[in-house]
Design a protein around this ligand. Sequence first.
Ligand SMILES: [Zn+2]
Length: 133
Amino acid sequence: MQEHADPRSFEELIREYLNVASLSVMYFFIDTFFVYYTKMEVQNTFICKCNNRDYITNRNLKQHRKTKVHLDWENRSELRDLKIDLTRKDNIIKALEADKSHLQELNLMLMRNTQRKTVRQREAHIRDGLSSA
Ligand SMILES: [Zn+2]
């Protein structure tokens, strides 16, 4: 494998590295918030999503939820929600995989950069030693 000089500076690499890392953190935040929000919505209302009807009490709503109309709707929507959730998680996985390979690539560049710097320092050290002798 031929090593070609990286046009990006060390600082640029670090900045890019941090950008990708913070993007991963953001995905997790969005996902957590989405789950939390969905739960809150369910807890604070007596409206049933199957018919958009507002039930006066939680007991009325619970009774309605035992009906066949509601249970049929629940099965359908549960399957739909699962599919949506699966797609959402698939997208997160794909994004994280892309992040991972990007970070690995950046890691390699940073390591090469550091190695080159060390070699240059050693060479300079040897030159200094020779000139002072
Ligand atoms: Zn319902």
